[in-house]
Design a protein around this ligand. Structure first.
Ligand code: 9D3
Length: 241
């Protein structure tokens, strides 16, 4: 394939891209043609002399709203609905992005990512094009661009050939529902702290057991939501054997 997975990012701040996506693993995969990035400057689709992309909210209230006509024209130009790529609007009121959705996106030819600024996009264009809304978490960003980069990074690292086989296995360990155990490397003693002796014992059974306990304790203390889900899975698995 010549282009690979294609991300089209619709934004009024195209200069933010590729940004971090041009470096490291994502940058190398892009140079290799595993994926490609196109930015579409929404402002190019404004029709008035001031090139306005936003207007005051109907019904009143603070801030500005991105115009349906301008956003829709940018979506059309990006090929929305023409090539099997889902259109995703990065929005604080979207469904939370999950590893499951990320994995699903690796099976599509790419994605068209609409980045909001101001208070958001006119609801009519979201409905007219049945656009999926996705959030990256419960905190407030200045706009959708960084969220689009997060989504792209998460997808690209899963594309074939981007990471070694070993790291895609570590994917599965997170999906098994526990946070990771702690890691150590040489020197054996640093700043008066030793590596836990079990890790240098050579006893692989004891090492695996220790790591599992640590993963459980870290999950229990930091992520009660994951811990509860893990316990439920354990209970239903035990029932069946
Ligand atoms: C007062 C209402 N605000 C919603 C929380 C308005 C508002 C704040 C920030 C509207 C848009 C934004 C910009 N944020 C995003 O575009 C965004 C986002 C986010 O803020 N948090 C998590 N995920 C995302 S995805 C896009």
């Amino acid at each position: 394939m010549t282009t690979g997975w294609k991300a089209s990012v619709l934004t009024i701040l195209p200069d933010m891209f590729p940004g971090p996506l041009g470096a490291s693993l994502c940058g190398k995969a892009r140079d290799a043609g595993t994926w490609s990035l196109e930015t579409v400057d929404i402002r190019d689709f404004a029709r008035d002399k001031h090139r306005s992309v936003d207007d005051t909210p109907s019904g009143g209230g603070p801030g500005m709203v991105m115009r349906a006509d301008v956003v829709d024209a940018s979506l059309e130009a990006a090929g929305a609905g023409q090539d099997g790529r889902p259109v995703i609007y990065l929005s604080p009121r979207g469904r939370p992005l999950t590893q499951k959705r990320v994995r699903g996106l690796t099976e599509t030819p790419g994605a068209i990512l609409l980045c909001g600024r101001f208070e958001g996009v006119d609801q009519r264009v979201i409905e007219a094009r049945a656009i999926e809304e996705v959030s990256i978490g419960d905190y407030v960003l200045s706009g959708g661009e960084l969220a689009a980069m997060v989504l792209i990074d998460a997808v690209v690292r899963l594309l074939p050939g981007v990471m070694g086989k070993k790291t895609s296995g570590d994917e599965e360990s997170f999906e098994s529902g526990l946070l990771e155990y702690p890691h150590y490397t040489r020197p054996q003693t640093w700043a008066g702290r030793d590596i836990p002796p079990v890790l240098v014992s050579g006893n692989h059974g004891a090492i695996a057991a220790w790591r599992h306990e640590q993963a459980e304790e870290i999950t229990r203390s930091r992520r009660p939501d994951l811990w509860t889900a893990h316990e439920k899975r354990q209970a239903s698995t035990d029932e069946n054997d």
